[in-house]
Write a protein that binds this ligand. Sequence first.
Ligand SMILES: Cc1ncc(COP(=O)(O)O)c(C=O)c1O
Length: 417
Amino acid sequence: MSDSTPLQSGRADNVAPTSQLSGILRRVSGFGDILQRSMGGGDHPLFIQIERIDGPVNAVISGRPTTLFGTNSYLGLNFDPRCIASAEEALRTWGTGSTASRLASGNQIGHANLEQAVADFYQRPDAIVFSTGFMANLGAICGLAGEGDLILYDAFCHASIIDACRTSGATFKPFRHNDAADLDRILGESTFPASRTLVVLEGLYSVWGDVGFVKDIATVAKRHGALVLVDEAHGLGLYGANGRGVTEAQGAEHLVDAIVGTFSKSVGVIGGYCVTVHPALKSLRFLARSYLYTASLPPAVVASARTAIGIIQSEPELREDLWRKAERFCRGASALGYSLRADPGPVGALHMKGLYQGFEFWRELLSRGIYVNLLVPPATPNGEVLLRFSVSAAHQDSDIDLFLSVLRDMAPKAAIA
Ligand SMILES: Cc1ncc(COP(=O)(O)O)c(C=O)c1O
């Protein structure tokens, strides 16, 4: 590609050799060198460009029509005509952006209506909307916990939770993934008052695709008197009778003090939110710096998110369709001998034997018109190499059958058959 960057093309002609650099530039440049070396020839998972998009699960990549099995569009709502119509209307009426933070001139009626819709959806008194899910975690966790407090988080938590812990000024420590007994032990030995302890976990962990043991962990936390925050970024729209997530599905909503989520996955746009039963939430608007010091969501995004939440609430059949397709795929992949890291669900991971094999496998899938995510250490637990897939309600059964037939052909290369 003529307009590719030096990193994408593997050329480094306008980049000074690392050996001539020192300090910060040497460290940063060294990282780029490692990326270049790891690229070899052909497509690279970090630099895939979608050249055209033809709907929630169809695209053109490297000149080839490709079926996407690596997006977070679980319900296909990013192309739902009702969401698009709301966005178009808001775009024409309210313009392209709010151009300011909520506390300056960026506080529009649409933002308040969206917050009300989120609060109603969760049957909680109030909700606060952030500009991304990352910022929602940052704002909620740093707003709730600070110096003199303790944050205990599941060891598999997302980077936004870890960064929030680091930024908060609180003491923070992981407990073993999904291990309520480990949390119990840490809380029992803690010198921090339980009332100054925040426990953070996720509803659905998106690397393996395993659900969080929300009820077990929240029960332990509550027994000690700690606060509980659950990130339902991936659970929203997928789990629970009303689509509120894993916390709802496990009947654990009464045990949870705050729920954080994102609009960037099943909702199909961008943005984040936090809901809680506590009136203290109102103070987050003044305590959460990621809410205070950044521009509010664009009106079209706000309008589309509100429409999507209404659809998630009123159309459980979309969720049922997603689960039917997810189970069809997971059952099929397991029957072919692939090792799934978790129970069947809309997101999951196929275990690969090694880094080289993972790369080659990912590239061959792409060359056959199937896009998935390749996850490699250090971004994975236990140094695993994983092919992360996601299923969408927007997939046709024929898409799933195509993916399975490619996996059947490739099974010998995965050394699993
Ligand atoms: C568990 C979890 N929390 C938060 C986020 C951040 O969400 P956003 O992309 O809206 O910033 C993600 C994104 O992948 C996530 O997986």
